[in-house]
Design a binder for this molecule. Structure first.
Ligand SMILES: C[S@@+](CC[C@H](N)C(=O)[O-])C[C@H]1O[C@@H](n2cnc3c(N)ncnc32)[C@H](O)[C@@H]1O
Length: 225
């Protein structure tokens, strides 16, 4: 029986295939970033200076990283479980003249997080919904976030839950082991705040929430004099 980590990697590799990567990168080149990527990019820019390193977890073909490199970030580390998406991200970095400042790292972030550098900005755009264990994914991600943490996730609405259920049922019927999840937003926010971050801005689409958090200033130490 495969270990749960291998099962996740195999399912993800199948889901985020070469064909899908090619269509995602073609769409990005033609139409620019998708709605959640735009919201996270703009939310990060509005929350303060965008500089230093972005650690883009589940960064896919790299759209959010490239958007942030164009706005002041000096280095991007894109971690993803899909080799096909990372190959597309590398090609795009070359095409944009960003290869020297873009690294791609394959694997399940939760399993390899101790080998990864911190990021001034840490991002997860439409990633938490692809991973069963939102607690370890968020906790490990937050431990790498120096200044800001931004992520998008499906809203907990009946029609979002219905759609996810339908998609998962179709996958089960086609023997596709990949699954998506609507994790509880309030519980996720509790984890982010417990790591010392406060919400700077939140934007919605009909089905997604895009949240940007900043590291809360250290609490004032009471003066004993
Ligand atoms: C829906 S795609 C989103 C890609 C990109 N962030 C975007 O918004 O275009 C989800 C991505 O997250 C990656 N992913 C999910 N869980 C992951 C994990 N634990 N470690 C690394 N990558 C992960 C998948 O391989 C996939 O490329």
């Amino acid at each position: 029986m495969p270990c749960s980590c291998c099962a996740f990697l195999n399912a993800t590799e199948r889901q985020f295939s070469q064909k899908k990567a090619a269509s995602e990168i073609a769409r990005y080149r033609e139409k620019g970033p998708g709605p959640t990527t735009r919201l996270l990019r703009d939310g990060l820019v509005n929350a303060g200076p965008v500089d230093g390193t972005v650690l883009d977890i589940g960064g896919g073909v790299g759209a959010l990283s490239f958007e942030l490199l164009d706005r002041g970030v000096t280095r991007a580390v894109i971690v993803d479980a899909s080799p096909a998406y990372l190959a597309a991200a590398s090609d795009e970095a070359n095409r944009r003249g960003r290869a020297a400042v873009t690294s791609v790292v394959p694997g399940d972030f939760v399993m390899i997080s101790d080998q990864l550098p911190p990021g001034d900005l840490v991002t997860l755009d439409r990633v938490v919904c692809c991973y069963p264990g939102y607690q370890p994914l968020l906790t490990e991600s937050l431990q790498h976030a120096v200044h800001r943490f931004a992520y998008s996730y499906p809203r907990d609405r009946w029609f979002v839950r219905f759609r996810v259920w339908l998609e998962n049922t179709l996958r089960w019927w086609r023997s596709n082991p990949f699954r998506t999840f609507v994790h509880p937003p309030s519980e996720m926010q509790r984890i982010v705040e417990a790591a010392g971050f406060r919400l700077a801005n939140r934007r919605y689409t009909l089905t997604w929430s895009a949240d940007v958090f900043v590291k809360a200033a250290a609490a004032a130490i009471p003066n004993r004099d």
